[in-house]
Design a protein around this ligand. Structure first.
Ligand code: CP3
Length: 318
């Protein structure tokens, strides 16, 4: 999950001097930020500092982050011709700076702390590419999907190939696990997920598996399509707090590991409430093998650092 960020004073200090894209583009800085949460929080794993939208730069879509407004895509995809005009991308060269950040972070981390590499899933990337930024309803994305199914499949096919090879390259550079983020997939009807998205996620996960390390397949709001989501692949399924962990596990089956699923807002609660919520997640995991305790989504910027430290201590003590 996103674990670096504005809640941490040392991250805010670096952001005073560098834009988020600067931090990503400079491998020594990216590696430095990657290590911050491990040192500050004592979490068991690091996730490389990068962003799911970085492949938009070599694709020719244009990427910027406006303060407080999230990502902005300068040339959004609105027609089949826009899909055909996407530039070819070679992760090993076009995203070499991320692979270098993986190498540097791997060298700098204690050997027992795994490093997670990541990428955006084809649907979530397509939603940003088509909307041009964040969206609540994904109207433009769904309209394109329904009106231009051939161009849609061409776009998701391109993205699946790109992120699958990019993930495998991160494993080759030293990532010990990979995470595919399908953050906004929960906006889809299950039938649409199966028809328009699942084959492309499956392809991305198959290509990523060539990296030879475990893969976490994460989505939010997936309660309505959990079986189909899990069927696309992943050694670990990441779920958010909108479904109780034990119910998710019963539906996914005992052969998969699960990651989750504390509500990030629980970290804003009074300490006894927070502790009860953490214990509830652990109780629902029930000591089954293969539970990765995590938040159900990224850390909120308002989160007190002490609350995160308390969660790590509590989970380690259980
Ligand atoms: O913890 C880490 O070190 C990992 C770094 C990481 C970032 N983005 C850096 C970042 C990771 C894992 C991501 C993934 C990402 N990026 C996702 C998937 C995970 C999720 O949260 O659903 C998505 C959807 C994005 C796209 C993105 N990047 C958005 C929507 C935003 C703006 C959000 C905001 O809070 O303003 C970003 C910017 C971004 N990328 C930040 C970080 C830490 C925000 C902090 C900042 O502005 O400096």
């Amino acid at each position: 999950m996103r674990q670096a960020g504005r809640y941490a004073p040392e991250y805010r200090a670096l952001r005073q001097q560098h834009s988020i894209l600067d931090l990503c583009h400079q491998p020594d800085l990216a590696a430095q930020v990657t290590l911050q949460p491990v040192e500050r929080l004592g979490v068991d794993a690091a996730i490389v500092f990068a962003d799911i939208l970085l492949p938009f730069e070599p694709l020719g879509l244009g990427l910027s982050f406006a303060a407080g407004e999230g990502p902005h895509i300068a040339h959004p995809i609105r027609s089949p011709a826009d899909v055909a005009a996407l530039a070819p991308v070679e992760p090993a060269t076009d995203l070499a700076y991320v692979l270098e950040a993986v190498r540097l972070a791997r060298q700098a981390l204690p050997p027992q702390v795994p490093l997670i590499g990541f990428a955006g899933a084809p649907f979530t990337l397509a939603s940003y590419a088509i909307e041009g930024g964040a969206s609540r309803t994904f109207t433009t994305t769904k309209r394109f999907m329904q009106a231009e199914p051939r161009a849609w499949h061409a776009l998701l096919g391109r993205l699946a190939d790109l992120v699958g090879r990019y993930l495998a390259a991160q494993a080759a550079a030293g990532a010990g696990a990979l995470q595919l983020f399908d953050s906004w997939v929960g906006c889809l009807a299950p039938g649409d997920y199966r028809e328009y998205v699942q084959p492309h996620s499956r392809r991305a996960l198959e290509l990523a598996a060539q990296g030879g390390v475990p893969i976490i397949h994460f989505g939010t709001d997936t309660a309505g399509l959990l079986e189909d989501f899990a069927a696309a692949g992943g050694d670990v399924i990441g779920v958010d707090w909108r479904i109780p962990l034990d119910q998710a596990w019963d539906r996914i089956g005992p052969d998969r590991a699960l990651q989750g699923n504390l509500d990030p807002a629980a970290l804003l609660a009074p300490r006894p409430t927070l502790e009860a919520r953490v214990r509830d997640v652990l109780r629902r995991a029930g000591g089954r093998p293969g539970h990765i305790f995590n938040l159900g989504h990224g850390v909120l910027p308002e989160t007190p650092v002490e609350a995160l430290q308390a969660v790590v201590e509590l989970v380690h003590g259980c």
